[in-house]
Design a protein around this ligand. Structure first.
Ligand SMILES: [Mn+2]
Length: 383
């Protein structure tokens, strides 16, 4: 008699289950996967074999090329965001649905610098992800035409860099592609928004996830990363009444910014607000405020809105922010209505540990894009 023969006595002789397997999201997701197309993956394999040559004869899997081309192996190859094609000729960006662009700019930083390396780190660790999400049932490679257009050339001057950033964002957005912006410190929120607003035939709302208000006029005599929404809401078609700031709180909210938020009437939700009302209600309020009378909404995700235990690699870490799961849920809920562009800012790789901060930045972008695909706000399903 083995010692294990009397284990599991409450379960081993049961007939059937006490639950419905088909009620489980995991079981449903596994079923739904078979309906997803794989045409783009097959095209990628064919292209890889053509350009990268067929593998050596001893390789049994004949989808493997000799030179790495496309997604695999994850650690190999030229590391664009999610290994999507690099678009060198940025004049052609309008032929694509989504354009990932880096803004390696951190001279608007007031404490820990390093976000100039954010785009590089985000791209590098994005290689860890596949284009498919199990629970969401989306394969971004199949659903979206996405390119990486590289970085904006930021110079050693805040205002000149702002002009470069605005020109770049405006070019991408007006061409018809959705800009996905990899920061960079949060000062870029202003020039990015400026590039969107000049192309929208009406008001632009802003959904801003952060621990900090970022609404003071100047910091250290310049338009630093504590100031983007002061200047953005000076743009005539980006009124402060459409700025909703979620996750704000703690000991790093400058009183100068609070005064501006109060006087201009931006809508602030603290983490406690979100906790008390729940993520769903907070998302509903964010959508109501940002969309009221607006024609487009811009999404600004400051990675430091998440508790610093999860995102050590950021310029102004703060304990007490969102859990990663909460932030991702909130992003998904607000992305359902669609966003004109998205930025992820304040990823500072020199302070990161095991790439966790950059990993969350990638995840935020992928979750937003997948949500927009599901709800027909981008890609083939939107046309
Ligand atoms: Mn912040």
């Amino acid at each position: 008699m083995g010692f294990y023969h009397h284990h599991g006595q409450g379960y081993r002789d049961r007939s059937g289950y006490g639950f419905r397997r088909e009620d489980l999201e995991g079981v449903q997701a596994a079923l739904q996967e078979q309906a997803l197309p794989s045409r783009k993956r097959e095209e990628e394999i064919a292209r890889a074999l053509e350009y990268g040559l067929e593998a050596a004869p001893s390789i049994e899997d004949r989808t493997i090329p000799c030179f790495s081309r496309g997604e695999l192996p994850h650690w190999a190859g030229i590391n664009t965001f999610l290994k999507v094609p690099f678009l060198e000729d940025v004049r052609k960006v309008g032929e694509h649905d989504v354009a990932v662009m880096g803004v390696p700019f951190d001279i608007g930083t007031t404490y820990r610098p390093g976000t100039r390396f954010g785009p590089q780190a985000i791209r590098r660790i994005s290689a860890l992800y596949t284009p498919y999400n199990f629970e969401l049932g989306v394969d971004l490679r199949e659903a979206l035409d996405m390119v990486d257009i590289g970085d904006v050339f930021c110079v050693a001057n805040i205002e000149k860099s702002f002009d470069q950033i605005t020109k770049a964002v405006s070019h991408v957005f007006s061409s018809g592609a959705m800009p996905v912006i990899l920061g960079g410190d949060h000062s870029i929120g202003y020039p990015c928004l400026r590039g969107i607003a000049e192309n929208v035939e009406g008001n632009v709302g802003i959904i801003h996830l952060d621990r900090h208000v970022d609404t003071q006029e100047k910091d250290m005599d310049e338009r630093m990363h504590t100031t983007p929404w002061f200047h953005a809401t000076n743009i005539p078609n980006a009124p402060p009444v459409n700025l909703v700031q979620v996750g704000i709180g703690g000991w790093q909210v400058p009183r100068a910014g609070v005064e501006v938020s109060r006087k201009r009437g931006t809508t602030i939700l603290t983490i406690r607000d979100v906790e008390n009302m729940g993520i769903e209600k907070a998302a509903e309020i964010a959508l109501e405020v940002a969309w009221k009378g607006a024609k487009a909404v811009y999404l600004s995700f400051d990675i430091d809105s998440v508790d610093c235990g999860f995102v050590p690699g950021t310029g102004w870490p703060e304990p007490g922010g969102f859990l990663p799961r909460e932030a991702l849920k909130l992003l998904q809920l607000v992305a359902k209505e669609g966003v004109a562009a998205m930025e992820v800012v304040e990823v500072s790789p020199p302070y990161d540990i095991s790439d966790t901060t950059a990993l969350l930045a990638v995840r935020a972008i992928l979750d937003v894009l997948a949500t927009m695909v599901i709800h027909g706000k981008i890609g083939k399903s939107a046309k």
